[in-house]
Unconditional design. Structure first.
Length: 384
């Protein structure tokens, strides 16, 4: 795997900026059994994953550094896509959440323009982060409705470890059991906008039969997504933070009940200790539950908004019944600039790679990788 961070300064210096963030993959990820080097010493690869996180509505460049800005962001994305196309390959573009709050643009439109620009840039996946939902599901839904009238956008949103089954109902979660609690009203179409495999509210058990069909990607807020990129079947699932500051009481009162004593009742399950991530690995590995059919993901990506420390916990604890692990975690929330992918080695040639690209749109991460679909085996490349 080749991992790069592009600092988004002037577009014509992208190549020069990218060298600063490049590091070689761990020597433990050898090319044994992998593709042979080409004549120029480089390696062919099958997929480029481009990613960002925590843009926080920085549509203009960051004043203190002059880097970033969505004009450069969109242009860089187009260049990376063109480069992949010239090789006969495709990219998967991922944003790990927190696109709201942080600039005056947010004060004018609540974040709608930023989402329109993410669509223009060609993002495939956008995870919901705590700043995106901290004023409640209804507020987020309204902004997305303005950005994408009729919800005909190409980008798909993930949320994940949240249970919408008791929206507009009095909660039983101890964190929500406070005097005067009343349900905040949400539009009747909002509960159905969630993909929801949870069968109960308290424990968060899941039933694969409740998941949408693979490649449907049909909900506004998805738990899982499937993509086909150049013959590779990629399974994606989302995870959001359960920090009580942002999840105990969602509503117009932000961190407290609104003046009417109301709050939405969206249940968040712990990202690292709950079985949700392991259940999603099982589902993405075999959606129809029939080992004789080939419908599972060749590559499993978790798009998270929990911070690097929790990402590393998830990498260690999340495991399917077959022993399968997450392949790549694209993270956000902690605003970490990870110049070299953090490798969590599970032994036996199995590893989870954790990445994050700073904040405020100053950086754009890029991963080049090759996957053997027959064995679900990665081949990670040293940087040339």
């Amino acid at each position: 795997m080749t991992y790069r961070l592009f600092c988004l300064g002037l577009v014509f210096v992208l190549a020069a900026c990218s060298n600063h963030g490049r590091r070689e993959a761990s020597a433990t990820q050898a090319l044994l059994g992998g593709p042979s080097a080409q004549a120029d010493g480089s390696y062919a690869y099958d997929l480029t994953i481009v990613f960002s996180n925590d843009i926080h509505d920085h549509i203009d460049p960051v004043a203190s550094t002059g880097r970033g800005g969505m004009a450069r962001h969109v242009t860089a994305m187009r260049l990376l896509r063109e480069q992949a196309t010239s090789r006969g390959k495709e990219i998967l573009a991922i944003n790990a959440g927190d696109n709201f709050e942080g600039s005056l643009f947010y004060e004018t439109d609540g974040g709608a323009l930023l989402f329109e620009l993410l669509e223009m840039a060609g993002y495939d996946v956008v995870q919901v982060g705590n700043h995106d939902h901290q004023f409640g599901v209804q507020a987020l839904f309204d902004v997305l409705s303005r950005a994408f009238p009729g919800f005909q956008q190409n980008l798909d949103l993930t949320w994940g470890n949240v249970n919408p089954s008791r929206l507009s109902a009095i909660g039983t979660d101890p964190a929500l059991a406070m005097a005067g609690f009343l349900p905040a009203q949400v539009a009747p179409e909002i509960p159905g906008a969630f993909e929801n495999a949870f069968t109960d509210f308290d424990q968060g058990l899941t039933d694969p039969a409740l998941m949408d069909a693979p490649l449907a990607n049909s909900r506004l807020f998805n738990q899982t997504l499937f993509f086909d990129r150049g013959g590779l079947r990629i399974g994606v699932f989302g995870i959001d933070t359960d920090e009580i500051l942002y999840s105990a009481v969602c509503g117009e009162g932000e961190l407290f009940l609104d003046p009417g004593g109301r709050a939405e009742n969206l249940r968040f399950y712990p990202p690292a200790t709950h079985r949700y991530a392991s259940d999603m690995i099982d589902y993405l590995s075999d959606p129809d539950g029939d080992a004789q059919t080939d419908d599972g993901a060749d590559l499993i990506i978790a798009v998270t908004h929990v911070g690097t420390d929790v990402d590393l916990q998830i990498a260690q604890t999340a495991m399917g019944q077959s022993g399968r692990r997450i392949d790549v975690i694209v993270g956000g929330h902690s605003h970490d600039r990870i110049n070299t992918d953090i490798i969590v080695d599970h032994g036996g040639g199995v590893a989870t790679h954790v990445v994050q690209a700073g904040a405020h749109g100053e950086l754009l991460g890029s991963i080049d990788l090759s996957v053997d679909p027959a064995t679900n085996t990665f081949f990670f490349f040293k940087q040339k």
